[in-house]
Design a binder for this molecule. Structure first.
Ligand SMILES: Nc1ncnc2c1ncn2[C@@H]1O[C@H](COP(=O)(O)OP(=O)(O)OP(=O)(O)O)[C@@H](O)[C@H]1O
Ligand SMILES: [Mg+2]
Length: 187
């Protein structure tokens, strides 16, 4: 199993944010159709100590207790972004939080498909009941934003676990993406 799409990377980095113990997190996606795709994930979790900032880009480093001990999320994202001519950056402070940003040049032959944005945003906000997400999605000049708390206020606190409400949320996200003319991205 690999990270086949850019959206797979977003899920992986969002999971890192959830694992950081943060209460709030932000995901921003900015796309220039046919030209570039960038995203950033910001959290206020435990952060990465400065002496480990290089180490976390080593595929054989992970703090998770795994049978096979390696953490591939960050090194694979760095590789995937930079091979397209894009950029990758980590800004982190121990005890304060972390921001990961990555950009991809969509015109590169090495660029992965973007993937399914609404399903990815849905997976991010339903990943953990303990994290409140703010999400911003921009495509060319248009965009939309939403937060976990807006959905909780509108649909109730069980909206990320109650199937009928979850379906409504996914449909809202799909509609938002259609209104941007963005669903043509799904490969
Ligand atoms: N947002 C974050 N806050 C704090 N530490 C982080 C964050 N993101 C990554 N790290 C640290 O970097 C390590 C490597 O992250 P990476 O995503 O590459 O692998 P992993 O999460 O350990 O494993 P995998 O993603 O393969 O399940 C993590 O184990 C963690 O110690
Ligand atoms: Mg990870």
């Amino acid at each position: 199993m690999g990270l086949r799409t850019i959206c797979d990377h977003i899920l992986d980095i969002a999971q890192n944010a959830v694992d950081s113990g943060t209460k709030n997190a932000e995901l921003k996606i900015q796309e220039k159709r046919g030209y570039s795709f960038s995203f950033s994930v910001l959290d206020w979790g435990k952060g990465i100590p400065s002496e480990l900032l290089e180490t976390v880009l080593d595929p054989f480093y992970t703090e998770k207790r795994k049978k096979v001990k390696f953490g591939l999320g960050l090194p694979m994202l760095k590789f995937a972004a930079e091979t397209t001519g894009g950029r990758f950056n980590i800004c982190s402070k121990s005890g304060a939080g972390t921001e990961i940003t990555a950009s991809f040049l969509l015109s590169s032959v090495d660029c992965q498909p973007v993937g399914d944005i609404p399903s990815t945003l849905f997976a991010v906000i339903t990943m953990s009941d303990d994290v409140d997400w703010t999400v911003e999605r921009v495509l060319d000049e248009d965009g939309y934003t939403f937060s976990s708390s807006q959905f909780r206020e509108a649909l109730g606190n069980d909206c990320f676990t109650f199937p009928v409400k979850m379906k409504i949320i996914l449909e809202i996200l799909q509609e938002a993406e259609i209104s941007l003319g963005g669903l043509s991205n799904v490969y």
